[in-house]
Each structure stands twice: as structure tokens, then as C-alpha cells.
Design a protein around this ligand. Structure first.
Ligand code: ARG
Length: 582
């Protein structure tokens, strides 16, 4: 609806330009706002205030001219000029009714397929494989997955890239430890069951034994120069580690597969090409034996240029080098139009630098965008970065188990007679959904506090609240023995609350496109929360199954049905499954 009103205003501007009321060269950015107070209409716009000066008109007079030049449209029933020159639009309820009918009949709920499909490469999750996944990986994994689902739903060609850390010095230490275990006749597989313990043991050996440390260093060199035996050992480690990740993805309902893994090691062969490309563009400079790129815009506190190190003095490459190689690949092989990076905000400088070097080196086409989608830190309730009581970083698997256990207690409390199996099933969905939703519903750019109590609450903007709201709508249909899709009658409003709910339902399209553009799923969460709230007020004010007559009953069932479908689709875009009862 916003886009339609915007279009009407654009047409009004053109016709005012033809009449020479507005100068021909103004191209205003028209923004439409939803009003809070519906007595002022449904939408408002400040175009007249913006254009008053170039038009040399008083804003209210200009607003009148704009209104006079608006093409007629079945969308708008009335306009009003308010305050200093705002134009308020009142949506025609008949138009809304028709829209509800059409969204209800459409499997996409009238969410548009994009007119300009893009190839979007999404870099998310991307843990370092040397260690077990922990709570820090939640944000990238969950938020990245939701944005991926949203873009796919809009009709974009999404390519998931799990840029795992599977290369570099840490692997020398791990391989040396594997060698030792093997020499002792121990089974590697068993030892790798707990990566955290394995990593700590290897680190212990590294710190205590000079010989072990030297062996580790030799093994890194051997690995990076393609030594067969090293590679076999490394591959064994990598496979087990990735299987751990895959287990977590499956538990979380995250749409990443083994085939989406393209880690740092995949770019090993391209690193020297990156160096020669940068060199031939004249971008490389030697500094203290290292090959670096110096960018004008990046200086330290003393005003000295900051180097982006591409190749170290000892010949080793860096994190930035593999990211440059990845950009080349994403452009030339994957043909990306957009590349999104769901990575910790603390890597902001790294990405700014890498993106700029990639542009200077022509690794990306001018029209391709590289977008860091940063997120803040997961904090504990004590206001410090989230830790277990023992002081270590909590393992993801343990957190998910705890969420499921807590959800189990809550669900059991509400359903004393429910069979154990169903309780477990519901608890698992609610528990996982709560962890995911808690993360998704906060603006990703800020830090967020991990709290089981608040994420599992049935009140407020939480997964339990929304899942429960969905079951309430679903139960209306169950009670009446009606299939949602069997409703064919048209919607007709008799109450204001019906119109309010309908208007919110019609906002879904706009929210989906916003999430796709900005990579901020919390807007979708806020929308679903508001929708559930409006449904509650509607349900209180407008009896459904005992409506005044059959027409009204069918109409209200349809509104309820579309609410259920929208909640379900919205949650699906967040990667959350709904339940029929809980
Ligand atoms: N493995 C890195 C880490 O755990 C994140 C990688 C993000 N993606 C990238 N292309 N740099 O910090």
C-alpha cells in the first residue's frame, strides 16, 4: 500500500511539473508513514513540506495542489491536509477487503516475487573448526539463515557460503596431537567426540613441550605445501568437526548443508593469484618484509596509514588474503550481485579494508555490493560477555538442551495430562524457537543479553507468545471443525477492529521486502508481535463462531485464517516451526 501511495504522489509531482507549479528538476524522495492514530487516516506524507521551498509556495497551499493532482484510485477513500501541510490518506475499506480476499487465496499471501532477482551470496555461521561451536556462533547462524530464507522467498537466487576457519596455524597443533594419539594406538575418532577437550589437550601439549611446538610448526608448513599425509589427517579432523556443526544446524533447523561449506582452505591455491593481481595493479608495498596494501582512508591514531597485510614476512597468508580470494570467487564464479557477511561487529574494520582493496583490485564489478551485516556480542545477565558459571564459553549444544529442558517444565505445567512423547516434541520446538527468536527479535547491531527466563516467557515479544498466539487461531478452526482453506466467502468489515487487523495483514509484503533489503529480521519479529496483538483485540471485540450471521462469521473466519497463515509464513521466514497445540 505504501508503494501504491508513493506512486500516486509521484504522478502528482509530474503533473505539477507539467503545469510548471513545481520546477522540472526536483526529484523528491517520497516517504510514506503509517499513522499511529487512525483518526488521522492510515498513512501520512510530508511531501508538501519538502517541496514548499523549491515551489515557492506555502506548504498547506502546495498540499492542496498536490491533492488536487492525485490520480483517482480505488485505494484512497479520502485525503486530509493536517497541521503545517501533511497529507493524510484514508484507505478505502472496500479496497482492503478485496486485498484480504486476494491474499487469502494466494499461496504467497500476496508477497511479491521480486521484479529484479539477484544472485545473493550469504556468508554466515562460518565457525572456526578447531573448536566446538559456541554461543558466539548463534547470532551469525540464526540471523543469516533467516535473511537467507527471506531473500529466497522473494525469489532471489541465494547461495549459502559457510566460510569456516579450517586453515592456519592452529591446525598444526591439532595435527601434531593427532599424530601423538595415533602413535599411542588411540582412536582419533573417540578423542574428537569432544572438540573442546581435544583442543585444550593439544594446547596443553603445545605449551608444555618445545618438541611438540616445533612439530606443530613443521606440520603447518607441510599442510600448506600440500603434504599428502598431513592433508589426510587434516581432512579427518575437518570431517568430524563439520559433522559436529551439521548436528547443531539440524537441531536448530538451520538450512545449511555440508555442500555449503567453502572454508578458508578452499582458497589456498588462489592466494598467490591474489598477490600477483594486487601486485600488477600496483597496490602492493613492502613494509618490514611483509607485502601490504596501504589505503588512504585508514589511518591509526597517530595519522599513519594502516597496512592491510596480504603476505607475511615468513610467506604466510592472512585472514584478509583468503577473504580477498573469496570475493574474487564469489564474483567471477558465483556471479554475485550482492554478497552479505553476517559477522561480528568487531570485524568491521577488517571488512571495510578488504572491501576497499577488492574494489581497487577490480575483484568485483561496479554494480556488485559487498555488505557487512554486523552483530553485537551475546552478553550474560551480569552485563559481561556470556559465560558459564565455571567461566568458560557455553557450548551451543548444552544451551539448546537447557532451553529444551526448561521449555519442557513450562509446557508440562500447562498440560498436566499430555502424553510424554507429545510434551517432549512440543518442548523441543518451543525451546529451540525461544533461543532463535530471542536473538532474531533484537536489533542485531546491538549487544544482546542471553536470558532463559525472558526468552521462555509467555508474555511479550517472545517465541512462546507467538507460538501460542498461532495455536489460539488454529484452535478456532479445530473447534469449529473447519479447514482454513475451505472458506470462500468474501470479507466484509463491520467493526473498526476488523479493519485494523486487515490493514496490518496487508503490511506483510512491505516487511518482507524490508528484511530482504536491510538484513534485519527484528522488523519481522516486531511485525508478527503487533499482528498477534491486533488479532487479540479483534478476537475480543468480534465474536467469530457466534457472529451475528453466517456472512459475518465467514468473513471473520477468513480474517482469522489469514492471520494464521501470515503468522506461520512469517515464523517460517525466521526459521521457526509452528505447533497446532501447546
Ligand atoms: N571464522 C571467522 C570467525 O569465527 C568468521 C568468518 C566470517 N566470514 C568471512 N568471510 N570472514 O571469526
Amino acid at each position: 500500500m505504501k508503494a501504491l501511495i508513493q506512486n500516486l504522489l509521484e504522478q502528482a509531482v509530474v503533473s505539477l511539473q507539467e503545469q510548471q507549479i513545481l520546477p522540472a528538476d526536483v526529484q523528491p524522495r517520497i516517504t510514506i508513514d503509517r499513522t499511529k492514530d487512525k483518526s488521522h487516516g492510515d498513512f501520512a506524507n510530508n511531501l508538501a513540506l519538502m517541496l514548499a521551498k523549491p515551489a515557492k509556495q506555502n506548504p498547506r497551499a502546495l498540499a492542496e495542489l498536490i491533492v488536487k493532482n492525485l490520480p483517482t484510485s480505488e485505494l484512497i477513500i479520502k485525503t486530509e491536509i493536517a497541521g503545517p501541510g501533511f497529507i493524510n490518506f484514508f484507505i478505502n475499506p472496500n479496497y482492503l477487503e478485496k486485498q484480504i480476499d486476494s491474499a487469502f487465496a494466494d499461496s504467497r499471501l500476496n508477497v511479491e516475487l521480486t521484479a529484479t532477482p539477484q544472485t545473493v551470496v550469504i556468508d554466515y555461521s562460518s565457525p572456526n573448526l578447531a573448536k566446538e561451536m559456541h554461543v558466539g556462533h548463534l547470532r551469525s547462524t540464526i540471523i543469516g539463515d533467516s535473511v537467507t530464507r527471506t531473500l529466497a522467498f522473494q525469489g532471489h537466487n541465494v547461495i549459502r557460503q559457510n566460510h569456516v576457519g579450517d586453515w592456519g596455524t592452529q591446525f598444526g597443533m591439532l595435527l601434531a596431537y593427532m599424530e601423538e594419539l595415533r602413535a599411542k594406538g588411540e582412536e582419533i575418532n573417540k578423542n574428537l567426540a569432544n572438540l573442546e577437550v581435544f583442543y585444550r589437550a593439544a594446547k596443553g601439549r603445545f605449551d608444555e613441550s618445545e618438541a611438540f611446538a616445533n612439530r606443530s610448526r613443521d606440520l603447518v608448513v607441510a599442510l600448506q605445501s600440500g603434504d599428502e599425509e598431513c592433508l589426510t589427517l587434516w581432512k579427518e579432523f575437518k570431517d568430524i568437526s563439520i559433522a559436529h556443526c551439521q548436528e547443531a544446524y539440524e537441531r536448530l533447523g538451520v538450512s545449511l548443508n555440508i555442500s555449503d561449506v567453502r572454508g578458508e582452505s578452499a582458497y589456498n591455491k588462489d592466494l598467490s593469484v591474489v598477490v600477483s593481481d594486487l601486485d600488477s595493479k600496483g597496490l602492493l608495498q613492502e613494509s618490514q618484509g611483509a607485502k601490504c596494501v596501504f589505503l588512504d582512508n585508514f589511518k591509526n591514531k597517530e595519522g599513519e596509514p594502516l597496512p592491510v597485510i596480504i603476505k607475511k614476512k615468513d610467506g604466510g597468508f592472512l585472514y584478509a588474503t583468503s577473504d580477498l580470494a573469496a570475493i574474487r570467487y564469489r564474483q567471477s564464479t558465483l556471479n554475485a550481485d550482492r554478497v552479505l557477511y553476517f559477522v561480528d561487529a568487531r570485524q568491521g574494520l577488517h571488512f571495510q579494508q578488504v572491501f576497499e582493496v577488492a574494489r581497487l583490485a577490480d575483484f568485483v564489478k561496479a554494480g556488485t555490493t559487498l555488505e557487512h551485516m554486523p552483530f553485537g556480542t551475546v552478553m550474560g545477565e551480569d552485563g559481561k560477555p556470556f559465560k558459564t558459571r565455571a567461566g568458560s564459553t557455553p557450548k551451543l549444544a548444552d544451551l539448546l538442551t537447557e532451553a529444551e529442558e526448561r521449555a519442557y517444565e513450562l509446557v508440562k505445567e500447562k498440560n498436566k495430562d499430555m502424553a510424554e512423547e507429545e510434551l517432549r516434541h512440543i518442548a523441543s520446538i518451543v525451546g529451540i524457537a525461544s533461543v532463535k527468536y530471542a536473538d532474531l527479535s533484537k536489533n542485531r547491531t546491538s549487544d544482546y543479553t542471553f536470558s532463559f527466563d525472558s526468552m521462555l516467557s509467555f508474555e511479550g515479544n517472545t517465541a512462546p507468545y507467538l507460538l501460542y498466539a498461532y495455536t489460539r487461531v488454529a484452535s478456532i478452526f479445530n473447534k469449529a471443525g473447519i479447514e482454513i482453506d475451505s472458506i470462500i466467502a468474501d470479507v466484509t468489515f463491520t467493526e473498526e477492529k476488523e479493519k485494523d487487523l486487515a490493514s496490518k495483514l496487508m503490511q506483510f509484503n512491505e516487511i518482507v521486502s524490508q528484511v530482504g533489503k536491510q538484513g534485519l529480521p527484528h522488523f519481522l519479529c516486531a511485525y508478527l508481535f503487533e499482528l498477534a496483538g491486533l488479532f487479540s483485540s479483534f478476537y475480543e471485540a468480534c465474536p467469530i463462531l457466534v457472529a451475528e450471521n453466517e456472512t459475518q462469521k465467514q468473513s471473520r473466519l477468513k480474517l482469522a485464517g489469514l492471520t494464521a497463515k501470515t503468522l506461520q509464513q512469517g515464523l517460517a521466514l525466521l526459521g521457526i516451526n509452528t505447533l497446532e497445540r501447546m
